[in-house]
Design a protein around this ligand. Structure first.
Ligand code: FES
Length: 102
């Protein structure tokens, strides 16, 4: 059974911005795109663990602030030629409230 946890309001995340939430020991970065889509991935770049939440969001991707890998927020995959995957989490928005699946 799915278990959705309320983690905040969409309006509290600026467009092209992010917010970090903790679930257990895991930091999760929730991103808001310029089209108001939301994505959630582990706040840990698959390269060397850079904080993806501090990266630059463009389209449905984020560029890591450390060495500029670009991570596809839909799949968590690094874009070629880089290889790696950030763990993704299910996220949904209902009536302006963001929920993460535990
Ligand atoms: S840690 Fe993200 S690109 Fe190196």
């Amino acid at each position: 059974m799915s278990n959705w946890i309320e983690v905040g309001k969409l309006e509290d995340i600026p467009r092209l911005g992010s917010r970090v939430v903790k679930m257990g020991d895991i930091e999760i970065a929730i991103f808001r795109t310029d089209k108001d889509e939301t994505f959630a991935v582990a706040n840990k770049c698959p390269h060397k663990g850079g904080p993806l939440a501090d990266g630059i969001v463009h389209g449905n991707s984020v560029t890591c602030p450390l060495h500029n890998w670009t991570i596809d927020l839909e799949s968590g995959e690094a874009k070629a030629p880089d290889k790696g995957c950030a763990r993704g989490f299910e996220v949904k928005v209902e009536s302006g409230v963001i929920f993460l699946q535990q």
